[in-house]
Write a protein that binds this ligand. Structure first.
Ligand SMILES: Nc1ncnc2c1ncn2[C@@H]1O[C@H](COP(=O)(O)OP(=O)(O)O)[C@@H](O)[C@H]1O
Ligand SMILES: Nc1ccn([C@H]2C[C@H](O)[C@@H](COP(=O)(O)OP(=O)(O)O)O2)c(=O)n1
Length: 224
């Protein structure tokens, strides 16, 4: 079984995917983390974020490993001194500002998608186009939204920052990512603006139960 959770930036995709995956007893995979890791490597190497051949060459000599740890996905780069955990460095303002340029390139989308399609189900996959381009035959699909203000307020709680600036950056990134961020026609859309995290996870699990993909059990308070 594959469950897809797509949505706009900071709509709660990874937190919700994590809670849903825990309840289902399966891992979740963050496609955005692969785009972020590729962007980080390019920024560090001084590679043009629009130069697909150079980016693919860089990725060929940079073995990345995505690991679905219980506390969230992590991405590691193998090197002569052992592995380097790129996860924190992949979530900076610099990577936020650059990632959409790289994610526009069909060659780079192919690179990410090949890695995701090589994974063995069951899993929950989260991103922008998991339910459309990557796993169109998924068992269940969800698409999360929330107002830009709500998303910005959530993000500043994680990374101390100015809420107006974060909101403007989220709106700008949504616009740059619009092409690959269209909900699948058969996705269940959830506006999370007025819901807390357990509430969103419960809504997803309720839908999975309705469609017979999950046996009913477990209190929602155990899932956040
Ligand atoms: N429904 C919600 N209510 C309150 N906070 C939420 C909700 N969904 C997510 N969050 C918080 O918002 C932040 C961004 O969520 P995250 O899962 O990282 O989003 P995304 O993967 O879409 O970028 C996190 O700090 C998360 O705990
Ligand atoms: N399936 C995906 C996942 C992410 N992306 C791109 C678009 C996003 O701006 C970046 C980062 O994605 P990520 O899901 O980590 O970003 P947010 O947590 O939503 O802010 O990658 C994409 O184009 N397709």
């Amino acid at each position: 079984m594959i469950v897809t959770i797509d949505g706009v930036a900071a709509s709660g995709k990874s937190s919700v995917a994590g809670g849903v995956a825990r309840a289902l007893g399966m891992p979740y995979v963050s496609s955005g983390l692969l785009y972020r890791a590729a962007t980080l490597l390019a920024l560090e190497a001084g590679t043009d974020l629009g130069d697909a051949p150079a980016l693919l060459q860089l990725l060929e000599r940079s073995p990345l490993r995505l690991e679905p740890l219980p506390e969230g996905n992590a991405v590691f780069l193998a090197g002569p001194q052992g592995e380097r955990d790129l996860t924190a460095d992949a979530h900076t303002g610099e990577v936020d500002a650059g990632v959409s340029a790289l994610a526009q390139l069909p060659e780079l989308r192919g690179w990410v998608n090949a890695r995701l399609r090589a994974l063995t189900p069951p899993f929950v996959a989260e991103g922008r186009d998991m339910g459309t381009a990557v796993f169109p035959g998924a068992s269940a699909k969800f698409f999360l939204t929330a107002s830009p203000r709500v998303r910005a307020l959530r993000r500043v709680k994680e990374r101390l920052d100015d809420v107006d600036a974060v909101e403007a950056a989220l709106i700008a990134r949504d616009a740059k990512d619009r092409q690959q961020s269209q909900p699948a026609a058969d996705a269940h859309r959830i506006d999370t603006s007025e819901l807390d995290l357990p509430g969103v996870i419960a809504a997803v699990l309720a839908e999975l139960e309705r469609s017979g993909l999950k046996p009913p059990r477990q209190a929602v308070s155990d899932l956040s």
